[in-house]
Design a protein around this ligand. Sequence first.
Ligand code: SF4
Length: 280
Amino acid sequence: MDEEAARQARQRVRLQQLGVTCYRPRPAAVAAPVRRPVPAEAAQASGEAEPPPEPVLEPVVQPQGGPASAPDQGQSPGTEQPPAPARAPVESGLDGLDWDALEARVADCRLCGLCEGRTRTVFGVGDRQADLVLVGEGPGVEEDRRGEPFVGQAGQLLDRMLAAIGLDRHHGVYICNVVKCRPPRNRDPKADEAAACQPYLQRQLSLLQPRLIVALGRVPAHHLLGVTTPLGRLRGQLHRYAPVDVPLLATYHPAYLLRNPADKARAWADLKYIRRILAE
Ligand code: SF4
């Protein structure tokens, strides 16, 4: 009997979704009390609380609110992103700092746990008058050793990508990361680490006043935009980095392209888009 009632209810919902109004007889005088919860969707669609729903056979996993919980294109070879803690200690009073003072402040920073494992901080490299800023997620082993972002194989690919649009890492572009210290085992920066480091990046961007920010990969795109949208859906359109009100484009991380060369064609399309924006 329950099964039949459930079937009729599903049919009514389908008909209502198609815009068909159907007559429904009043329930029997003695209706069985509803003991199980009614799914919100079915209740909304039908405007009623009966019949009882079919049991849910598999657990439903809700995504975490923090960035980067789902695997996606453009990620570096790190591990999964832990849930975001609510608060993190952050640096303040950076507004008046010039480049040298800011770099010195970063070098001494111990605001988050990443300071424990670093060899040195990786502040950023490039042209401080640049129109274009590239933002990665964090230093890897080689970057930590040399104190410069995007060195090693991924860095070499990035250099070739920049050369393809007439730039190099010392002219016309500035390169930095969301976090200035190396996350252990090349994992993604956690939300509290990114939050602790964010004022440094923001001050760098305020000093630079670029015309365009390019997020290299899922992690910086999510941190800068405050979204968890897959990178594939963020690519190809201009966003805005609100704290300094600068247009932002998201594209693949070079490390991802090394592992997925088939996507280099898409990365090339992004590069052409960048070139077009800078030429305007
Ligand atoms: S990652 Fe950033 S906030 Fe954390 S210790 Fe390094 S410089 Fe400080």
